[in-house]
Design a protein around this ligand. Structure first.
Ligand code: IMP
Length: 198
């Protein structure tokens, strides 16, 4: 059976990718399960660049198909910040309660039409023959006026979607996977992998 190594240490992302690739004839391993322990410097200027940096770094350590993702929040009113700096915004160790409140403060008094935002996810794959594939997807929404919900992670409590009229922290994992940037990008990558005979 072919092996896919997903370049993440995040258990939630592993669960999601296993669910989405469940009907493919592949074994999906985390970096740790594949025995890869490397520090990767994500210094790309775009989500796609960062996903490729991670996938290439792990691909140099294993003989398998390697997938990596990079994601973040773009707030239009803040010139698309925090963008590729989403995890490092206001410092890597700063809580999301603080990060989220800082964004709400910056948008205080701003009308809903100007509060548009999106989560973006890029997925890169490096195949054993060196071929590289890319997929990117987004979920459009807006920054609410206050945090809501206890599901999800990161910026979910302040990111609202019109389809449900609530924050993505108020959705069930199934509801979120169906519409999320990561779910969409993973499904697009799966199509490409299938076209490449994986
Ligand atoms: P990375 O792709 O693991 O580097 O994550 C980037 C950062 O983007 C995360 O730490 C979160 O702050 C944010 N982010 C990405 N996807 C989501 C999401 O679905 N909900 C909330 N925050 C997210």
């Amino acid at each position: 059976m072919k092996k896919i190594v997903f370049a993440t240490g995040n258990a939630g992302k592993m669960r999601e990718i296993r669910e989405i690739l469940a009907d493919m004839d592949v074994e999906v391993l985390s970096m740790k399960e594949a025995g890869v322990r490397i520090e990767i410097c994500e210094d790309g200027a775009t989500f796609e660049e960062n996903a490729l940096i991670k996938a290439r770094a792990v691909a140099s350590c294993v003989d398998a198909i390697v997938l990596a993702d990079d994601s973040g929040l773009e707030v239009d009113y803040l010139d698309r910040a925090p963008g590729v700096y989403s995890a490092r915004y206001l410092g890597e160790d700063t809580s999301y309660e603080v990060k989220n409140q800082a964004i709400l403060d910056k948008l205080f008094g701003v009308r809903k039409e100007q509060r548009s935002a999106r989560f973006v996810c890029a997925i890169a794959a490096v195949l054993p023959d060196g071929e590289e594939l890319l997929a990117q997807a987004a979920i459009e929404g807006y920054i609410g006026e206050k945090p809501a919900g206890s599901g999800g992670f990161g910026y979910d409590p302040i990111f609202y979607v019109d389809a449900y009229g609530c924050s993505t922290a108020e959705l069930s994992p199934e509801q979120k996977n169906e519409i999320s940037h990561r779910g969409k990008a993973l499904r697009a990558m799966k199509e490409q992998l299938l076209l490449h005979g994986v």
